[in-house]
Design a protein around this ligand. Structure first.
Ligand SMILES: Cc1cc2nc3c(=O)[nH]c(=O)nc-3n(C[C@H](O)[C@H](O)[C@H](O)COP(=O)(O)O)c2cc1C
Length: 378
């Protein structure tokens, strides 16, 4: 099978079939720019809520920041009310000039599933279709493709992905991304690429495969095994934005495995911090940067004191002073290659759902209360 060299989402063409997974608290304008500097792809903004956007919530508006070089604006939207989602899609197209809207139907966070949102929603097939239709109709006059991102289902006894694929296609979605885990699994265990293959075989729209891509070779293997049109990469690029260089090369038919020395990693850390500070100001930018330190240094010998100090960094000057003490020649730790990173956690014994949620599968009569700030995504 020949590898896809690009990705087509409706009117949008992405030069390499690689999507940065939306990750709350991570995929802000600075991080998207940092990754885009490495290679082509579609770089999706953190999730924002439809209600927050429609009601003019300041926090939501503040998240809709784009880098000056970000020519393809891509945003993930959360919502449970078709009317709100439609209005939010319209705002994103008309006021923010987005080129792609992704809808979140995969979030496993109890605060979200308790209200029937995120990964709980596809159980209500009628409601899912209605939300997609409203988003697609609102975005159509702007020629903006709408995609959905989902999981296999609520748990192994309540799978929804094949229905979701059919519904997405019927509603006019441009693609469906599948994270090969159930909500109950959260981030534990292994992603089921077999389900991605099954979905790809059952729909005509592009399927994007997601889950457990740690190296470019994994992405190639996933596409070869599943027939997916492209991949969505999340945790694998935490502290490793150069993975997008390797991914772009891989889909261009070249095998590249970037193995930066600690000095090169330090330069990437500096660039990341600098971009965060440009977008958020130095104080907040440095604070945001702290959460990335352990991912960048994973597997390197840098000692506890150095890690602690970097985890408290409060200015670019302080960062420079600390980075200057690193052993620039230390080679990249080979033990980290192919190894999981980021959250993994354990499976949930029970997914929190609205009362009686599983009793019927349509949901068009449901009145769901939607937070303006749905929180941590996923
Ligand atoms: C910190 C973090 C935040 C996330 N936030 C979101 C989100 O807002 N929306 C979403 O659809 N998925 C979110 N996810 C899930 C990822 O997009 C992705 O589906 C998941 O991590 C599996 O892919 P991976 O194995 O490549 O990490 C999040 C994941 C992480 C680790």
């Amino acid at each position: 099978m020949s590898l896809p060299s690009s990705l087509t989402l409706g009117s949008l063409r992405v030069d390499t079939p690689v999507v940065l997974a939306p990750m709350a608290g991570i995929t802000n304008a600075a991080y998207r720019r940092l990754c885009a500097e490495q290679g082509a792809g579609l770089y999706v903004c953190e999730m924002i809520t439809s209600r927050g956007l429609v009601e003019g919530d300041q926090h939501t508006r503040d998240m809709l920041v784009f880098d000056e070089l970000e020519t393809t604006r891509s945003v993930q939207l959360y919502g449970t009310d078709p009317v709100y989602v439609g209005k939010a899609a319209e705002i994103l197209c008309a006021e923010y000039g987005v080129a792609h809207i992704d809808l979140n139907f995969g979030c496993p966070v109890p605060k979200v599933t308790r209200k029937g949102g995120g990964g709980a929603l596809p159980w209500k097939r009628g409601l899912l279709g209605r939300i997609l239709e409203h988003a697609v109709a609102a975005a159509a006059p702007y020629d903006v493709p709408v995609t959905m991102k989902t999981r296999k289902g609520i748990d192994e006894d309540h799978l929804t992905y094949l229905d979701a694929g059919r519904i997405a296609q019927e509603a006019g979605a441009a693609a469906i991304a599948l994270h090969g885990r159930t909500v109950a699994q959260a981030y534990s265990g292994e992603a089921d690429w077999g389900a991605i293959g099954e979905l790809a075989a059952s729909v005509d729209i592009p399927v994007l495969g997601n889950g457990d891509i740690w190296e470019a070779a994994d992405a190639v293997r996933m596409v070869e095994q599943t027939g997916a049109a492209g991949v969505v990469v999340g945790r694998g690029c935490l502290g490793r934005p150069w993975l997008f260089r390797d991914l772009a090369a891989a889909f261009g038919g070249e095998e590249v495995k970037t193995l930066p020395t600690l000095g090169e990693v330090a330069a990437m850390m500096r660039r990341h911090a600098e971009l965060l500070c440009q977008h958020m100001g130095e104080e907040r930018g440095c604070k945001e940067f702290r959460k990335h330190v352990s991912w960048y240094l994973k597997g390197f010998a840098a000692g506890g004191e150095m890690r602690r100090s970097l985890g408290l960094v409060d200015s670019l000057a302080a960062l420079d002073a600390l980075l200057a003490d690193l052993d620039v020649d230390e080679p990249f730790p080979a033990s980290e290659l192919g190894a999981p990173r980021g959250r993994q956690g354990s499976p949930r014994s029970k997914v929190v759902l609205p009362e009686g949620w599983l009793d019927e599968t349509d949901g068009l009569g449901c009145v769901l209360t939607e937070d303006a700030d749905a929180g941590s995504g996923g």
